[in-house]
Design a binder for this molecule. Structure first.
Ligand code: LLP
Length: 463
């Protein structure tokens, strides 16, 4: 179907009559720098380029769907975080957001530490040469084999998540003749997501040991009593996609209170606190994330103030941003396929990927933006729902967005801010082949995770 012949979906005017959606705030050809990685721009022909390479070339060379990761932006964000927190703090990148051996090397070069939460992530980190002492090992149900591997490798810290795990790690460390550095993960009674934080029902979750009822103090007592453990601090992680620092404030205050209790009871000042990750990013133009230096200042002010009033030495702070580092650095490139206009409602735009490469919309009702990137267009905006090719009506990539009404099969569209929790949560649903991750930097593009092939699928299927 030619572009001009394509029947347009509901137009701008229809959308307004519908009453639920207003016109898009900005010109659809403008790429909001809040949601796109830093080297993204449009070239003279209107096509999106990243790291100096145009999307047409990227699509031809690497196919679609594919994730394109802006390496210099990733590195710049690592540096911004470590500079913001300074030499008296440690930034642990949360590998669950997206991990590959290239990423591990970039982290090392940029001086970051790494948080892993499975044997697979640990293996990837070690294989790429991350020094074990720079690794923190997390998880609510680490297996004995995983703990053994972490202890043998000499990871810098294991974050203990339960009473049973205190005993388990102590036993394994003892049998390896090691004094393992550990933190205890506490649940501070705050659960924060996006704009608000909830101070109820927080203990009703699988992670961590509750501060309430003296559970965490008891965990500290037990850990301090075990020779094979060196308790270095307390860990707290309060949620995801958080913009409001108030939740961190409560969390830091409660963790410092625990440190003071520990000092009073045991005469020990634990030297570290980890405030976890969860800092929000912009998925759409409506989101206003904080800059690392603002976050660093807010957190260190809170901790310093609370420690002063408790008469404690200020502990070394660590944080674990995943999404805030990798999220904004990548976009997913799709080719437009079937277009289904529903008069008076919206237009369904099908792409060659879907919930297998981005489960977040289906799983969390996450919001994303989308743009036509192979060209610009002066056509009117039309309300679209970008959907995948999977056999499921919940297979939605972008729930509500505007694209130009002359959109046609073969156009390339891109969804920004897909660097975190998209490839790492990708699936083979419908035997989809998980897309590659291509790092782009200074005019060069290279595959860092290759596209799956049908041979890969058949290799696992042993008949
Ligand atoms: N530290 C701990 C202990 C965590 O549990 C997490 C995330 C992080 C750090 C990193 O959080 P971040 O800065 O990336 O928000 N799949 C969900 C997110 C789950 C996050 C789980 N823990 C999503 O796609 O939104």
């Amino acid at each position: 179907m030619s572009r001009s012949a394509h029947p347009a979906g509901p137009r701008h005017a229809d959308v307004l009559t519908e009453g639920h959606y207003s016109a898009p705030a900005a010109d659809l050809n403008i790429l909001d720098e809040k949601v796109w990685s830093r080297t993204v721009t449009r070239d003279a022909d209107g096509a999106l380029t990243v790291g100096g390479i145009g999307v047409a070339r990227l699509a031809e060379e690497f196919g679609t769907p594919a994730y394109f990761l802006d390496e210099s932006d990733f590195r710049a964000r690592c540096r911004a975080w470590s500079e913001a927190f300074g030499p008296d703090a440690d930034v642990f990148y949360a590998g669950k957001a997206f991990l590959s051996r290239a990423v591990v090397r970039w982290l090392q070069e940029e001086g970051l530490h790494l948080d892993v939460c499975s044997g697979g992530e640990l293996t990837t980190a070690l294989d790429a040469g991350m020094p074990a002492e720079r690794i923190a090992f997390h998880g609510n149900n680490k297996t004995v084999a995983e703990i053994e591997r972490a202890v043998e490798a000499g990871v810098g810290r294991i974050v203990l998540d339960s009473f049973q795990e205190i005993v388990r790690v102590a036993h394994i460390a003892r049998s390896h003749g090691v004094r393992q550095r550990v933190q205890i993960r506490v649940t501070v009674g705050v659960e924060a997501h996006t704009h608000e934080f909830i101070a109820t029902a927080h203990e009703d979750q699988k992670f961590g040991i509750a501060l309430a009822d003296g559970q965490a103090a008891e965990a500290v007592r037990r850990a301090l009593g075990l020779d094979s453990l060196e308790l270095i601090g307390i860990h707290s992680h309060i949620g995801s996609q958080i913009f409001d620092m108030a939740g961190f404030e409560v969390s830091a205050r409660r963790v410092v209170q625990l440190l003071a209790e520990v000092r009073d009871e045991h005469g020990v000042e634990l030297p570290e606190i980890d405030l976890g990750g969860g800092l929000g990013i912009a998925y759409t133009s409506d989101d206003d994330p904080r800059e690392p230096h603002e976050i660093a200042k807010a957190l260190s002010d809170i901790v310093t103030r609370e420690c002063e009033s408790a008469g404690l030495r200020t502990p070394r702070i660590s944080v674990e941003p995943g999404r805030a580092i990798v999220g904004p650095t990548a976009f997913t490139l799709y080719e437009v396929g079937t277009i289904k206009p529903l008069e008076g409602l919206r237009t369904y735009v099908s792409v060659d990927g879907g919930m297998s490469d981005n489960i977040r919309t289906a799983l969390y009702d996450a919001e994303y933006s989308v743009a036509l990137v192979s060209r610009t267009s002066d056509a009117e905006p039309m309300l679209v729902r970008v959907v995948g090719k999977h056999c499921e009506s919940g297979d939605i990539v972008v729930k509500d967005a505007f694209l130009p009404a002359d959109l046609a099969p073969g156009d390339l569209i891109a969804v920004p801010a897909t660097g975190a929790y998209c490839r790492s949560m990708a699936s083979n649903y419908n035997h989809a082949l998980r897309p590659p991750v291509v790092a782009v930097r200074d005019g060069e593009a290279r595959v860092i995770v290759r596209r799956e092939t049908e041979e890969d699928l058949l290799r696992l299927d042993v008949g």
